[in-house]
Design a protein around this ligand. Sequence first.
Ligand code: CU
Length: 182
Amino acid sequence: MPRLTALVSAAVLAATVALPSVAGAQSLSPDAQARILDRNGETTGTAALTQGPHGLLITVEMVGLPPGWHAFHIHQVGDCSDPEEGFRASGSHLGLGEAGQGLMSPDGPYAGDLPNIHADEQGRVRVQLFTTFASLTGAKGPGMTVLDEDGAALVVQETPDDHLTGPAGDGGSRLVCGVISQ
Ligand SMILES: [Cu+2]
């Protein structure tokens, strides 16, 4: 079926070409970045992270996600080597044990908690977020440093974070993962 093959090739090419650069959203040069992998281990997005005096700016572009809202977190370990197992190697949220889970929790948040993100009908995400709870290299507090010895990863989950429920905000299984590196 050569026609089907051509269509599939075109779809793959379109996804590759559509994979955007985050450069346009940040005039500041990023201090760290992440290549985001899907559950097949294929690149599905990029992130740029810039540390400012008051917090961390995160710019993300992704394709191929299920349309709708998704939890988005910084996880404790910079390891996305197990896509088939659902990225368990990335650990729990950055800062686990230092606070309760959830941006809206009186005991929270963990340093890795972030607002939810939305994928459009084509599965595309393009967003810029800012957090004062995590720091790339600065000692904001115990467990809050992104580029510590075991690194950290950006993770998108199946369902939105409820911003209250520990330890993971009821965000469902992990869809994509990107190791944050300098
Ligand atoms: Cu998470």
